[in-house]
Write a protein that binds this ligand. Structure first.
Ligand SMILES: *Cc1c(COP(=O)(O)O)cnc(C)c1O
Length: 359
């Protein structure tokens, strides 16, 4: 089972931990994002090229106090997962999609792009070194967080010329998200066409914290983001894209430049089409959703994303209208998509799309 990474010209220097921390970890209790594996990857961009690539023991970074990332926010990230298949083979999912999106984010924020071969070798070697950390029980995985930061120690507002590309790994347990209670945004916006909503840029998430806190205080779990001009068209929710099942059709907002192009979203659209289920990518207004609900046609709303895969919506409030959705057991589409994508990843069913990459 030793198909491994292809060595590239980047010549990654490897320093292993003297003793693994894996025995201190309770794999039956893995809250998201709090447990880190033994090693991390880090490479510098300097003098116009990526250099000094290394895998080393997980630990703190050392940054110049004037680093761009700390003041002007040149920071972008990805979120992806490694899984163990039922026969024990570790796999990665849609690596090229993540490379392309990271580099699209890099271009939008004037940051150095990472060559695909470097990204691949780094992830494959790191995940291979820490492969014992990939949990095996159902629904669990190894979450992979690649990110790039601008590290010039210069206080002027300008694009950094030096960067660090870093990857670390977190084993995560099965995530059974409770159906969420949503409220439409009425005052704050997440993103506007022409802004940075399409980039996985750190600042987007800082900006969402206050509206989210206010929604939580009002008794909701998450904010449904609306378009910035009329607060009429639906964008997405938290760190997830949105799907609506109306009658026999599945509808998801089209990625108009303000919506993050989710890879789970894209995968779900392909699975639906492959099964002959009608799926529309288009503008969807809150009025249309209310009308569908009033007509008894609104069967499901769910979010899609790497972390939760599918997150069912229990209810949605828009101004003084509260729409309560049917019980989760009756949600055919969301439950089918979750099972289908998980079965493809774990090798329970064949992967007709070429998404799964065995390590
Ligand atoms: C990451 C993210 C998503 C989901 O993308 P996936 O590739 O499916 O994980 C959706 N919306 C936002 C704002 C995100 O940051």
């Amino acid at each position: 089972m030793e198909k491994l990474y292809v060595k590239t010209k980047y010549d990654i220097k490897v320093t292993k931990v003297s003793e693994s921390r894996i025995n201190q970890v309770n794999f039956d209790d893995l809250p998201f994002g709090r447990t880190f594996t033994d090693h991390m990857f880090i490479v510098d961009f300097k003098d116009g090229k990526w250099q000094n690539a290394q895998i080393k023991p997980f630990g703190n970074l050392t940054l110049h106090p004037a680093s761009n990332v700390l003041h002007y926010g040149q920071a972008i990230f990805e979120g992806m997962k490694a899984f163990k298949q039922v026969d024990g083979t570790p796999i990665l999912f849609r690596v090229d999609e993540h490379i392309n999106r990271l580099n699209a984010s890099a271009r939008r924020l004037c940051m150095a792009e990472v060559p695909a071969e470097l990204f691949r070798e780094a992830i494959e070697r790191l995940v291979d070194m820490d492969r014992e950390w990939i949990p095996t029980f159902e629904g669990s995985s190894l979450y992979i967080r690649p990110y790039i930061i601008g590290v010039d120690g210069y206080l002027g507002v300008k694009a950094s010329e030096t960067f660090q590309f870093i990857i670390f790994l977190c084993p995560v347990g099965p995530y059974y998200p409770k159906p969420v209670s949503l409220v439409t945004a009425q005052k704050y916006v997440r993103a506007v066409v022409g802004g940075v909503g399409e980039a996985k840029a750190a600042g987007n998430y800082a900006a969402s914290l206050l509206p989210m806190r206010l929604a939580n205080e009002a008794g909701y779990d998450q904010v449904m983001w609306m378009d910035a001009h009329e607060f009429k068209y639906i964008q997405e929710v938290g760190t997830m894209n949105l799907f609506f099942v109306i009658g026999d059709k599945v509808v998801t907002p089209n990625t108009d430049g303000a919506i993050l192009k989710g890879i789970t979203r894209k995968s779900f659209i392909d699975i639906l089409k492959n099964k002959g289920i009608e799926v529309e990518e288009r503008k969807i207004s809150i009025d249309e959703v209310i009308e569908a609900h009033n007509n008894g046609e609104l069967k499901e709303i769910f979010g899609s994303g790497t972390a939760a895969v599918v997150s069912h919506v229990a209810d949605l409030t828009h101004k003084d209208v509260k729409m309560v959705l049917p019980p989760v057991e009756d949600r055919k589409i969301g439950n089918m998509l979750k099972k289908e994508i998980n079965d493809i990843r774990t090798g329970v069913i064949a992967d007709p799309f070429g998404w799964v990459e065995k390590l």
